[in-house]
Structure formats: structure tokens, C-alpha cells
Design a protein around this ligand. Structure first.
Ligand code: GDP
Ligand code: ZN
Length: 459
């Protein structure tokens, strides 16, 4: 069925010291052998070894590029087919030239986006959730989201889903027996078995869904706005966060011209900081608009860091702002603890009794850890560190889990209502199938095509 051999540049398109061309399929080794000049013939190379040589233009006999060629025989390869990877030193131009020569070989065509990963899936080497994790890996913006995607690629989510499905299959088998041998009078036992079994499956699904919110945060970051009057220390805090983050800080041009997003990572929690342009320009008129400007960022943010100056009494603007934040996730930063207290902290506490207060001296680099802790407590239940990192973060998985839970709830109430057991069986079976869609066991072809079309070329 999978007779075609495919090839593509597998490394990022752009400047780079080396590039890799990946070839997969039955013709991979003989085709590349045909255009490789090397001491040992590639067709005789052992699996998982590297061969040094030159790619030659067979028509002119000219050596085009010095290469290192890795042979990985199926099924011990990424696609589970024979794979050849050609490493070229010359970057993209050289890679394109080599790819062109590779594609001149008979029975070889250029790979579609995601086709290597799709083959790995179709050949049973990875499941659908793992394939989706490969997309997440490519796109992950923070260290932690990278770790989560990596775990998923390794199959931790899939294992849990398969365990759940296994328990449902056992339940289905039990129900089946009851349908086949009703005279055995196991009806009573079966209904309590259904209740227990669906109950524990529902609990497992609930736990997975609970991780969804956390997973989303890890993937996309907490949308955060730093707000406050001029001169309270917003720019200083932003700079401290950026410095603390150490990880990659990316400027992403926003949809509107004057909104800039910035990503920082605090102990692995990614924050997507809004409107940092306004904070950065300390002397700009923009700053003078102060609280006024803050309102637009306030609306969009999931987390507000409201900075107050401990050395100044509460300003009318701030009182007004506090009044509008009652239902929001706010951390009150009382900055400048190195200076005498002239702010009525009690008034602030009374205005927002449910918000955490973090005293800081950004100038003296004090309080940043407490701020991290406050953010962690606000968005993550329990320990973040040491958790097993099975996070459901994919919208498709979340919706399937919800639908599976609905089906199981239907099964439980149908049993309670004394509805015939073969009807209950349909609900359990539906749950089993919905869970199967997550890992791809019961996924249709169009869904699979749609998922793999999201990949970039060469993956
Ligand atoms: P913004 O207008 O809210 O962005 O405030 P800035 O970050 O520009 O800070 C205003 C002034 O307050 C600057 O001179 C900072 O050096 C100073 N500042 C910031 N944080 C502290 C602090 O913790 N203690 C003291 N004493 N000064 C601070
Ligand atoms: Zn500023």
C-alpha cells in the first residue's frame, strides 16, 4: 500500500550551518546509493550507521556536496520504513540542490507536510495523540510546554486513555455475557458493576479534564497585564521579569500596531505579557495616560499585576481601578518596600479581599519569588514540580473527553432507571469509541488528514 518513497528537507527553512534531507520508503537506500560516491556502498551499510561521501550529479559526474548519510532500516526508524537522512554542511542552498538530485531518482517524490509523521502513525509506530504532540513540540513556546508535549509524544496520555478503554472493554464483555445468558440472573450484580465501573472511568476522565486548564496555560501562557499609575515601578517589574525569565523572550508583533506581546517564563510558567510597549516607553505620553490606558489591557488579561507604590497614599485613579477588579484574578504588588510606608495597605486589602498581596522592592530585587509563588497558587492546584506531567492540552482531546463523560453518565442514569441493558451497552460502547478517537484507534480518515495537514514540511 505504501510503496512510494518520499523525500523532503527536514530542518528549518532558514540560515543554518547544516541541513538534513530525509528520505523514507522502500527505495530510500538504493536511490541515495545511486547518487552517492563513497568508499562503502550505501546498500551495504549496516542499519544505524553513518557513511561519509559526496552526492554526485549523475548526468555531469560532478560532485555536488560533501555529506554524511545515515541509514535507518525499518521498522527501527521514525516512520517504521527504511529511512535515509542526508546531512549537508552547506545550509539551505546546498540542501535544495541535493534534494533536487534526490528527486530526480525514479519512484521518488517530495513529501507532503506531516507525511513522515503520518506514516509513523499509519505504520503503527505512534498513535494520534502522540502525532499531535509532535505538532505541539514544534510550536511550543516555553520550556515547560515543551516538556509536556514531549511527555505526550512519549505516550503518557495515550497510556492513560488505553487503560480507560481497557476497563470499558471489560465492562462491555461483562454486559455481553449478561445479554447472552440472562437466565443466570446476574442482572442485579451487573447494574452495580456498571455503576462502579463507569464511576471510576468518570473519575479518571474528570482528573484528565482538570489538567486541561493547566495544560492550556502551559501551552499558551497566562495572558498577563501589568497595570498601575505612572512611576509605581511597572517598567522596572517588567525588566525584572524578563531578566528572571532567562529563557527565550520573543517579541511577537501583535494584531494591532501598538500592542506588543512578550513571553517570559517564571519557574516554568509561561506568562504572555500584554501591552509591554506602553510600559517600556517610560517618557512617552502613553505612560501619562496611565490608568486610562490600563483599562484596555485589563479587559483582555487573565491575570492582572496591579502595582502600587507603598511610598504614596492611594490615588483616586487607583481607588477607581480597585473598584472594577472585584471579579478578576489580581495580584496586588505593593512595590518599593525599601521606602517608608505611606500607603494604607488595609484599605487596599479591604477593596480586594480575595486578592493576594505581594510586597516587593523591585529596585532591591526583593519579592520576585513570592510573586512566582502567588501566580503558581492562583493557576495550578497542588504541586507543579514532580507531577507526572500528563496534561490534556489539545482542544480535540478535551471535547472527546467531555463527550465520553456524557456517554458514561447516560449509562449510569439509564442503569438506575432500569432501562434494558443492551441500551446501556450502547452508551458504554460510545464512550469507548470516543476515547479511541483520541489515540486514533477509531478516528476517521478525514480527521487524520486534517490533523496531519497542520504539520510543516519535512516532519
Ligand atoms: P513605571 O512608570 O510604573 O513604569 O515606573 P518605573 O519602573 O519607570 O519606575 C519609576 C521609578 O521608581 C524609577 O526611578 C525606578 O527606579 C523607581 N523604582 C522602581 N521600583 C522601585 C523600588 O522597589 N524601590 C524604589 N525605591 N524605587 C523604585
Ligand atoms: Zn514605565
Amino acid at each position: 500500500m505504501m510503496q512510494e518513497t518520499i523525500a523532503a528537507i527536514a530542518t528549518a527553512l532558514g540560515e543554518g550551518g547544516i541541513a538534513i534531507i530525509r528520505v523514507s520508503g522502500p527505495q530510500a537506500v538504493p536511490s541515495i546509493s545511486g547518487i552517492l560516491k563513497s568508499r562503502q556502498k550505501l546498500t551495504e551499510a549496516a542499519s544505524h550507521t553513518v557513511t561519509y561521501g559526496h552526492i554526485v550529479d549523475v548526468d555531469s559526474g560532478e560532485a555536488i556536496e560533501e555529506v554524511l548519510v545515515t541509514v535507518m532500516k525499518g521498522p527501527r526508524s521514525f516512520t517504521a520504513e527504511d529511512v535515509v537522512e542526508i546531512g549537508v554542511h552547506g545550509g539551505l542552498i546546498a540542501a535544495r540542490k541535493v534534494l533536487e538530485l534526490v528527486l530526480r531518482q525514479p519512484d521518488l517524490r517530495v513529501a507532503e507536510p506531516g507525511e513522515f509523521t503520518k506514516r509513523a502513525f499509519l505504520n503503527g509506530r505512534i498513535d494520534l495523540a502522540q502525532a499531535e504532540a509532535v505538532i505541539d513540540l514544534i510550536r511550543s513556546k516555553s520550556d515547560r510546554s515543551h516538556t509536556v508535549a514531549l511527555k505526550q509524544a512519549e505516550g503518557t496520555l495515550s497510556k492513560r486513555i488505553q487503560a480507560l478503554r481497557h476497563s470499558l472493554i471489560e465492562l462491555l464483555a461483562h454486559i455481553e455475557v449478561n445479554i447472552d445468558y440472562p437466565e443466570h440472573d446476574v442482572e442485579e450484580m451487573t447494574s452495580s458493576y456498571i455503576k462502579d465501573s463507569c464511576g471510576s472511568a468518570l473519575e479518571a476522565i474528570r482528573k484528565l479534564l482538570q489538567t486541561a486548564a493547566e495544560g492550556k496555560i502551559l501551552r499558551e501562557g497566562i495572558t498577563t497585564a501589568i497595570v498601575g499609575r505612572p512611576n509605581v515601578g511597572k517598567s522596572s517589574l517588567l525588566n525584572a521579569l524578563v531578566q528572571e525569565s532567562k529563557a527565550i523572550v520573543t517579541d511577537i508583533p501583535g494584531t494591532t500596531r501598538d500592542v506588543i506581546e512578550e513571553y517570559v517564563t517564571l519557574s516554568g510558567i509561561p506568562l504572555r505579557l500584554l501591552d509591554t510597549a506602553g510600559i517600556r516607553e517610560t517618557t512617552d505620553v502613553v505612560e501619562k495616560i496611565g490608568v486610562e490606558r490600563s483599562y484596555s489591557a485589563v479587559e483582555e488579561a487573565e491575570l492582572l499585576l496591579l502595582v502600587l507604590n507603598r511610598n504614596e497614599p492611594l490615588h483616586g485613579d487607583e481607588r477607581e481601578l480597585l473598584g472594577k477588579l472585584a471579579n478578576r484574578q489580581v495580584i496586588l504588588i505593593i512595590n518599593k518596600t525599601d521606602l517608608p510606608e505611606r500607603l494604607d495597605v488595609e484599605e487596599v486589602r479591604t477593596a480586594l479581599p480575595n486578592s493576594r498581596i505581594v510586597p516587593m522592592s523591585v529596585l532591591q530585587e526583593q519579592g520576585l519569588e513570592d510573586l512566582e509563588q502567588a501566580i503558581r497558587e492562583l493557576f495550578f492546584e497542588g504541586q507543579l514540580e514532580g507531577a507526572d506531567l500528563t496534561y490534556v492540552s489539545n482542544a480535540r482531546h478535551i471535547s472527546l473527553l467531555h463527550r465520553a463523560a456524557d456517554a458514561l453518565n447516560d449509562a449510569v442514569s439509564a442503569t438506575a432507571d432500569g432501562i434494558p441493558i443492551d441500551m446501556v451497552q450502547l452508551d458504554v460502547r460510545a464512550a469507548w469509541e470516543l476515547l479511541g478517537e483520541i489515540v486514533g484507534d477509531t478516528a476517521g480518515e478525514s480527521l487524520i488528514d486534517q490533523i496531519f495537514s497542520q504539520f510543516c514540511l519535512g516532519k
